[in-house]
Structure formats: C-alpha cells, structure tokens
Ligand binder design. Structure first.
Ligand code: DGJ
Length: 729
C-alpha cells in the first residue's frame, strides 16, 4: 500500500508515483506536517525533518515548557487561538461564544479505493486498486465533535486528493465559520504563485507573482467559481517554467465561492489553503449533523507546468468527468447564437442546419430564445416551453426535422434563472434569491432562482425532463448568466442565511445528477456567460464547457492557453465564428480561426448560409481534419510550447501516448520585418522515431525536432498560423 503508518513514531507517509507527503501526530495529539515534495524512500522515521526545539519570543502550549509552540510548527489542519497565529483551516463558534477547540488524533483507517462525497462532485476510481485512502478522525471531547480528514493517493499519478468532514455529536449547536478543505505548510517561501485570473471574455489569463511575507490570495464571492478567478492555485519554484522544475498545484472541485490562499510567515514557512470562501459563510451544525467540504486535488510535478497540467488532464478526463460521453468522440457542432442571436424562426434554423450537415457538421445546437416569448434578454427565463411564434412545430417538431437531415439536435437552457416577465415569476415571486425589504439587483435583466430549495429544483427538473423525454435531444447547453447579489432565501431561518450559496450549489449539483442519471445519452456542456464557471465541479457532470464568449482567435490563444493549465483539451469548447469578430472587431482568416479552435471541442458559431463557396470548401476540410484527429487532440499529451503572455508567437502541441503521432499549432500575432532564424522546438516526441511532417518531403528524427526544431519559412501578415501533423514513418 502506498500509505504507511509508523505507530512508534506516529508518522504517516503517503507515496504516489513520484511524490511523498509526510506528517505526524504531535505531542499535543494534533497533527503536524513534515514534508511534501519529490518522492522519498520510505524509512522508519522522518523525525529528523521535524523540529520542535525553537526558543524565541513566542507563546507555548504547555505551562513550564518553552519548547512547544504551534506558531513555530508546520501543521496539517491547524486551528487559531492556541499559539498558532496564522490563518486556520477551520474555526468553530460555540454556544458560549468560544472559538477555541482542541481536535486530537483519535484513530485512522487505510483502505483501497476512494469513498464518494455525499452530494458533491469528486474524482473517483473505477476499481479499488487505482487508489488508496487514509481517513483520520480528530476528536474534540469538550464539544463532542469530530473532524474526518480524507486523503486519497492515486498511485500511478502524482495526485493526492483531500477533503474534511465536520460532525457534531454533542448537544450544543456549533457554527462552522470557516471550513476549508486543505492546508499544507511548506518549509520555505522560495516560490511563485500561479493563478488563472481575468474577467468575462478574457477568462483564465495566467498570472505569476513572487511570494512575500504575509497573505496573498484569490477568491470568489460571486456565487460561482467565476471568470475573475479560477479555483486553482499553484506554487512553483522561481526557476520552474512550462518545461522543467517543481510545481505544486491545488485545484478545487467546486463551483461556488472559494478561497485559495498562500500565507508566508515569519520563518518563511508557506501555508497554502483552499476551500469554500469563509467570507459571508457560516454553517450551523446541529446535533447529529455533518458538513462535508468539497475536494481539493493536489498535483505535484517536477516536470514544470506542463507536467502538472498533463496530470490534471489525465485525471480530470478519465476520473472526474463521468458518464457515456467521457470517452466518446465529441460531435462537431453548429451553434446558432452568434449566427442569429434571438432573431430566428424554424426556416432560418433549418437552413443553417442543412448547410452545416453538407459540410460535415454532426450536431446542431439551438441556443437562447426558443422558449416563452423571448425576443431579447428581458423575458421568459423559467418558462421552459416552446415559443410557437418562432417554432410552430415545437421543439419536438424541429428536432425531428433536424434529425431527418442526419444531424443530432441539442438545446440551450438556463435552468437556474428567472425573468420577472415570465409565467414562473407570476406564480412564484418568492422563489428568487432575495432579501426582504431590500432592492434586488439584476444582471442581464434576470434573477437567480433559489436552488437551495428542493421544490424549486424539482420544478425545474420536471420542466426540463418533459422536453428531454419528448424530443430527440442528444446535447444540452446549460448556461448561467449572472452573479449573485442580495443573497438570502425565503425558506431558511435567520441563522442559516449564510448557508444559501453553498446550498444553492448543492441544488445545482442535484439537478445535474438527476438529469445525467435519467438522460445518460445526453452530452452536457456547461456554460456561464462563457467561462464564468469553468471548474472541476462542473466537469464532473458536463465533460465540456463553453470556454468563453470571446470567440476571437487571437484572444482565444490566451484563454485556451490559460485554461489548459488545469483543464483537458476535451473540455475546452472552441468555435469558429464570423469576422469582424463580435467581441473585439478583429478580422482573422478562416484558417487561423480553425487552427485555434482545433485545440478544443470544435464547432462553428456563425451563419453558414452566408459563407461563400470557397469558404465552405475550407470549412469542409477543417471538419475532415478535425474528425480525423479529434481522438489524438483530446486524448494525447498536451504541451504548451510558447506562451501568448510572453511572446508574439504562441505554440502548443499534442502527442499520442505511443508517440507515433503529433499535431503542432503555431500562431503569430503580428508580422515582423526582416526576421532572423525562425524555428520551433517541439516536445514529447520519441527521439529515435523518424517522423514525416504532412506536406513536407523530408523526414526528421524526434531528437532533431526537439533540439534543432522545425525550421520555418517566413510568413507575411498578421494573425497567421500553421498546423503541422507528424506521423512516425
Ligand atoms: C451566454 C453564453 O455564453 C452564450 O454562448 C449564449 O448561450 C448566450 N449566453 C445566450 O444568452
């Protein structure tokens, strides 16, 4: 088993493929932390790595003993108020006003497999040999409460997952005012923090900053994981880059408010924490109740950021995403949003579908505007029945016609939202997230349904299920287009109002669970104004996500590059859209738009009927190329080569597992005058294989392509791109 416990030294040693994680039981029976990093040979004791003997100006746990201070120790799951002054992993407010707790080690178990987290998405195993789990019970006798720490080691990957469960067995009410999922204390602070930040239409840009003493953090308080900060943080050594060096990634399997925090203390110890954002959070734990925190997936890499990303890709593609569509080839789609917006009728839709089919498209997706009386964004959310003015034959009628063309049919919903101009609002004005007697802010003229209430989730489930049962629908785009304000629920008592956002997300997960269970054949794509909820929680139910409302090929270089830091290529929705681009007004060639969108889940989002014959020929070729290569693109090892955040040129590539095939994308933003040598160094190839590059006569060995590179001809013009397809001879 890759988890050892030494009962004499009271040490735990977790080993995954190339990583060790070591901690111990301290003399006050709380947990200390010893080491997290490159794999160490197992030995009887790692006690020498653990230092208790500091003597300086501090506070100490035991009277008469000047040597034991939690302020000076690395810890596993720390509390505040008993000599550690850094931010804690949790805090519990008791009925007498005390926040002091004393959770001591009580017991542990080690077993093969990985337990499910009730009501929450999480990574899983297909058979128990894939992973080993350690459960540790910490107990506070004074309040009769338990914390269960869960660690799962995926032996063949550099992955350790963690979460915690708080249980109240006592008679008094407890309030969890902070309940994070993970805490790791590192020896030093010689790190940089990497995170994925941005905004609507420029999501997940890669940001890197040097750690300094004090707290640095990213978070969301928007009710979703957000476009502004992604629930991911890594710390890396300053010399680590895409290609080499040590990186520690932390990714949160959650879609609501989160915190990812890095605190550097007075000894340069770095404390990384991640979990539900404690800001505006409180959870009441009554007698007999438990609270399960969502999972954090920790990935270690000594092969730079690419090494970390490849591990996340493998795990998330195969053991987070679930269901029939996990491994199936994803259909090339046409979506009508940027083609028509709200202005369509059956005839228009059928004409786009027909032309799409002729070019090789496999799935037609009808976006927003098909229900209620929705001609713009002011009405109808919640009225999930067809607008017969636009579609006189109903969704079933349209879907049948599209299916008869030989295409699959997909449909857009925004299940969590309500418009005030809607039948649903007339019936249930109290179903909104709102606070009595306070003005209610809107986003895009819409309001948020209170998914913390079961009856609301039930109602929406029934409306959606009715349509999905009746019509031949194989795909659903689940959108969510605003952040939460004036957060409150009409159903919950005053002392549970700070639970609303988490309960809401649990409601969203519940609806996803019910729909994916009843409709296992349907491919779900999640979306939130593009990529405002591109997170591992969503990926569990929906194996692909609409990456961004920004469809401009040049903007997409940054967005897709950043997204690939954590998320597999098979999850990154990427469409070719019209020019001038609707978000930035830029004109790029159809080739470049295709060459960028290939590295994702490919589709078209423009009015195909308006394309020239010449353009249609290009589209045909693009679709053929994509179909021929999608298996490789989605399942191969992805390497980022040149970063759009550093250079005029971006490049990335995928290599098949057996290294016999690869596809390289190279994109140049601006043309350059009088250039010197231009070569592209590839990665991940087999140095001894002889590769043929499609379109070139000469062949090249892998070592040559990786160390001398592909020598490039000069390309004139802005926004140019090239794709190289390599095959072993
Ligand atoms: C936001 C999404 O990101 C778009 O793709 C589109 O579905 C619109 N919503 C529809 O309102």
């Amino acid at each position: 088993m890759p988890i050892y416990y030494n009962s004499e030294t009271k040490e735990f040693h977790l080993q995954a493929k190339n990583v060790s994680y070591i901690f111990n039981i301290l003399k006050n029976n709380q947990l200390g932390h010893i080491y997290y990093g490159k794999k160490l040979k197992h030995r009887a004791s790692f006690n020498h790595l653990y230092r208790e003997e500091f003597r300086d100006n501090s506070t100490h746990v035991y009277e008469g003993d000047q040597t034991f201070s939690l302020d000076q120790l690395k810890q596993e799951f720390p509390a505040y108020g008993t000599s550690d002054f850094r931010e804690p992993a949790y805090q519990i407010l008791q009925e007498d006003g005390s926040r002091i707790t004393n959770f001591e080690y009580k017991s542990h178990t080690i077993y093969y497999g990985k337990p499910k987290l009730t009501g929450l998405p999480a990574t899983y195993v297909e058979n128990d040999e894939e992973a080993t789990t350690l459960e540790i019970i910490l107990y506070d006798a004074e309040i009769n409460a338990e914390i269960k720490l869960l660690y799962t080691v995926y032996e063949k990957l550099n992955v350790i997952t963690r979460s915690a469960e708080f249980s109240n067995h006592g008679n008094e009410n407890l309030n969890l005012t902070r309940a994070l999922s993970v805490n790791v204390d590192f020896f030093d602070s010689n790190f940089e923090m990497v995170h994925l930040s941005g905004s609507w239409a420029r999501e997940r840009h890669v940001k890197t900053r040097k750690l300094e003493q004090g707290i640095q953090s990213i978070s969301s308080a928007r009710g979703t994981s957000s476009a502004h900060q992604n629930p991911f943080v890594a710390i890396k050594r300053p010399d680590a880059n895409e290609h080499q060096g040590e990186v520690f990634g932390f990714s949160f399997v959650y879609s609501g408010n989160f915190l990812a925090q890095v605190e550097v203390d007075h000894f340069d110890v770095t404390r990384v924490q991640m979990g539900i954002n404690p800001f505006d959070f409180n959870w009441l734990l009554e007698n007999g109740e438990s609270f399960q925190t969502p999972e954090v997936v920790m990935v270690y890499s000594d092969e730079g950021l690419n090494g970390m990303s490849q591990t996340y890709h493998t795990l998330y593609r195969t053991r987070l995403a679930k269901g029939k569509w996990r491994d199936k080839q994803r259909p090339v789609l046409t979506n009508n949003w940027e083609a028509t917006y709200f202005d369509f009728d059956e005839e228009k839709i059928l004409s786009i579908a027909k032309d799409s089919k002729e070019l090789g498209v496999e799935l037609f997706v009808l976006d927003d505007g098909w229900f209620g009386k929705r001609d713009d964004d002011t009405t109808s959310l919640g009225d999930w029945f067809v607008d017969e003015r636009k579609l006189p034959n109903g969704i079933t009628g349209l879907a049948n016609k599209i299916t008869n063309l030989g295409l699959d049919f997909g449909l857009w919903f925004e299940p969590e939202m309500i418009s005030k101009v809607s039948e649903l609002y007339e019936k249930h004005p109290d179903w909104l997230i709102q606070v009595p007697n306070r003005r209610l802010s809107h986003g895009r003229n819409q309001f948020v349904l209170d998914f913390s209430r079961e009856e609301v989730v039930d109602y929406i489930f029934n409306m959606m299920a009715k349509i999905l049962r009746e019509a031949p629908i194989t795909y659903v785009k689940w959108d969510m287009n605003r952040y939460m304000t004036e957060v409150g629920s009409n159903e919950l008592p005053a002392n549970r109002q700070r639970e609303v956002v988490h309960r809401y997300i649990i409601g969203v997960y519940d609806l996803y669970e019910r729909l994916t269970t009843e409709f296992p054949e349907i491919l779900f794509e999640s979306c939130a104004s593009g990529g405002s909820r591109f997170d591992p929680g969503m990926l569990y139910y929906a194996p692909q996500t609409w990456t961004s409302d920004d469809t401009d090929a040049i903007e997409r270089l940054k967005i897709q590059y950043g997204t690939s830091i954590v998320y597999p290529i098979s999850s990154i929705g990427a469409h070719v859209s019209a020019v001038p681009n609707h978000q930035v007004g830029r004109i790029t060639s159809l080739e470049t738009r295709g060459n960028v969108a290939y590295f994702g889940v490919f589709g078209y989002e423009l009015d195909i009927t308006q394309m020239t014959d010449e353009e249609k020929e290009i589209v045909k070729e693009q679709i053929k190329f994509y179909k021929d290569n999608r298996e490789l693109i989605h399942k191969g090892d992805f390497y980022r080569i040149l970063s759009p955040f550093e250079d005029n040129v971006t490049s990335w590539m995928v290599v098949s597992e057996d290294q016999t095939e690869a596809i390289v994308g190279r994109y140049q933003v601006l043309g350059k005058p009088h250039p010197g040598y231009d070569r592209l160094l590839l990665e991940g190839l087999n140095p001894d294989f002889e590769y043929q590059i499609e379109g070139k006569e000469a062949t090249f060995y892998g070592d040559e392509l990786m160390h001398a590179g592909i020598h490039l001809d000069r390309t004139m013009g802005d926004f140019t791109s090239q794709i190289f397809k390599l095959s072993k001879k």
